[in-house]
Ligand binder design. Structure first.
Ligand SMILES: [Zn+2]
Length: 308
């Protein structure tokens, strides 16, 4: 999604684009970039959400799987770093197609798909986002076979351990983040999306701006100066980077909150351009700024999510 994100599609519009973009996109030229994180962990970047891989002696754990057509390239890249070990677990950080598109392919490789139970429901039943864009129900093999509710779960392969936890309502209500303690790596999912874009608040599928902010605060508390954070999109970051990201989110939330407190309608809030300053820092365009104002406004007003 890197091109789409930076080409100026708004956060909400790029949500729509995930499905259409995946179909229309030529994946032939995508290369998988691999970055070592220590302790036999690796960050993989192709197209779509970032991937984390933890290689063990008897198999490996993977976080997110990008788009279906990239399966073979991702698997080849993992084989290079993990030495051809089988995939044991594929954890989905949330239900969006640029993170779960690879599920079927990796399930066929023998992976147990792991996710919070809301994710299974949203994949199983299909979803509609804030723009009315529908994603059809996923095929059965793509559904998680190991789900958890609010208590986190621990997954192990020989030599690696992953703690999976669920922030109640953040990017969506299907979110998981993964902590690899030995390597001191946290895979954040799309709650953290760095670069020239806003985080997406998928409030029609249970996301909220305040949930995103409090989850980023959890990530900051969990880490120290050595911790590596693999964001859902964008470059690997650290605690200082996450703190800057957090402060900007608070600035965004507060700017739109002022509009709400002044009893402005959504249209008036957009017209006031409360994100002009942040937008200048992020190098976003007016459409991105306006879409973010709308999403934060709706979230602060308590817009109802669709049933999972
Ligand atoms: Zn997402």
């Amino acid at each position: 999604m890197k091109l789409a994100w930076t080409a100026g599609l708004t956060a909400a519009v790029s949500l729509i684009a995930v499905g259409a973009y995946a179909q229309g996109q030529n994946f032939a030229n995508v290369q998988i970039k691999t970055t070592p994180l220590g302790h036999n962990l690796f960050m993989l970047e192709g197209q779509g959400g970032n991937i984390t891989v933890a290689c063990g002696q008897d198999g490996y754990i993977q976080v997110d799987g990008e788009f279906a057509p990239l399966h073979d390239k991702i698997k080849a890249a993992v084989d290079r770093v993990c030495g051809g070990k089988p995939i044991k677990y594929l954890i989905n950080t949330h239900f969006h197609g640029d993170h779960t598109g690879g599920n079927a392919g990796f399930a066929k490789d023998g992976a147990t798909i792991v996710a919070q139970e809301n994710l299974k429901l949203r994949l199983e039943h299909g979803t509609t986002n804030a723009n009315g864009q529908k994603t059809p129900p996923a095929e059965k093999i793509a559904l998680p076979t190991k789900t958890y509710t609010n208590e986190g779960i621990q997954l192990m392969v020989d030599g690696q351990s992953a703690m999976v936890n669920h922030p109640k309502s953040a990017h969506t209500d299907t979110d998981s983040y993964v902590y690899f303690a030995a390597a001191d790596v946290i895979s954040t999912g799309d709650i953290v999306s760095t670069g020239n874009r806003y985080v997406t608040i998928d409030y029609k599928n249970g996301g909220s701006i305040n949930g995103i902010i409090s989850t980023v605060e959890t990530y900051i508390r969990m880490g120290d100066d050595q911790t590596k954070y693999v964001p859902g999109h964008g470059e690997l970051t650290n605690k200082a980077g996450l703190q800057r990201y957090h402060d900007q989110l608070v600035q965004i939330r507060d700017a739109v909150q002022n509009e709400v407190k002044s009893s402005k309608t959504e249209a008036q809030a957009v017209a006031d351009k409360p994100l002009a300053q942040v937008g200048a820092e992020l190098h976003t365009n007016q459409m991105q700024d306006d879409t973010m104002v709308r999403a934060v406004y709706q979230s602060l007003k308590g817009a109802k999510a669709n049933k999972a």
